[in-house]
Design a protein around this ligand. Structure first.
Ligand SMILES: C[S@@+](CC[C@H](N)C(=O)[O-])C[C@H]1O[C@@H](n2cnc3c(N)ncnc32)[C@H](O)[C@@H]1O
Length: 222
């Protein structure tokens, strides 16, 4: 399976999941989410991963003056909470079906801009200079290190110097991803994650959760 076939498979599989039950596949904790519960869970993610970490994320800036970037926004669960906190949010997702649902959920958030992308880079986004980038429960589903590394380089291209890319990868190395399975992504050891950051123009300053599903990385743009 070559890269183009793999990207098409990601788009098709995530479109199908979005048509079947987008909110469930985005956050599998529940099967039947009400809108209220679904967006509250996004606020909870932002509370746990962002509001507790404002020193690294904002570095003294007023959040309302910050432009942030999100990879794999799905139906806009976290995107809406990001838009409530930050000045402008730019988000991408490989699935047009997910993006359609995100647009609906973000109708009252004119500072959130969502785009369907090609599943591997950020060429669809304006080159504005971003103050922070975030991604959660996305790379754990991507079965290709080439794709993940392309995203990390792309974030490095778009972030302002010193800014943080905080994101989660699969850290449990006991299961092997296969190229055509778009649910189980590739995993990273601590050393591999560190090398990834260094290769792509970041200082991989903090890492938390090596060996676990929720392996969080704090990459600061050099
Ligand atoms: C489990 S959902 C999480 C969505 C969102 N991050 C959240 O926490 O609510 C995973 C999302 O990643 C997207 N995705 C999967 N592979 C992708 C890729 N290669 N590029 C961009 N988005 C991708 C899927 O379409 C899906 O919307």
């Amino acid at each position: 399976m070559d890269l183009e076939q793999q990207l098409a498979k990601m788009r098709e599989d995530w479109d199908a999941r979005a048509r079947e039950n987008a909110k469930h596949y985005v956050q599998t904790a529940q099967t039947d989410w009400t809108d209220e519960e679904f967006y509250a869970s996004g606020e909870q993610t932002v509370k746990e991963e962002i509001r507790t970490d404002m020193i690294n994320i904002c570095q003294g800036k007023d959040p309302k003056e910050m432009r942030v970037l999100e990879i794999g926004c799905g139906a806009g669960r976290v995107t809406r909470a990001l838009a409530n906190l930050f000045g402008e949010v730019y988000a991408v997702d490989v699935s047009g079906e997910m993006i359609a649902q995100a647009k609906k959920g973000l109708e009252n958030h004119p500072n959130a801009h969502v785009f369907q992308n090609n599943g591997k880079d950020l060429s669809v986004l304006p080159e504005l200079g971003y103050d922070f980038a975030f991604s959660t429960i996305v790379f754990q589903h991507i079965p290709s290190k080439e794709v993940i590394e392309t995203y990390v380089r792309e974030v490095s291209r778009l972030l302002k110097p010193g800014a943080l890319f905080k994101f989660q990868v699969q850290g449990f190395t006991g299961m092997q991803a296969t190229p055509d399975d778009t649910w189980l992504g590739v995993s990273y050891s601590d050393e591999q994650a560190k090398e990834l950051g260094e290769r792509c123009g970041f200082e991989p300053r903090h890492r938390h959760g090596a060996g676990e599903q929720y392996f969080w990385l704090w990459f600061f743009k050099r």
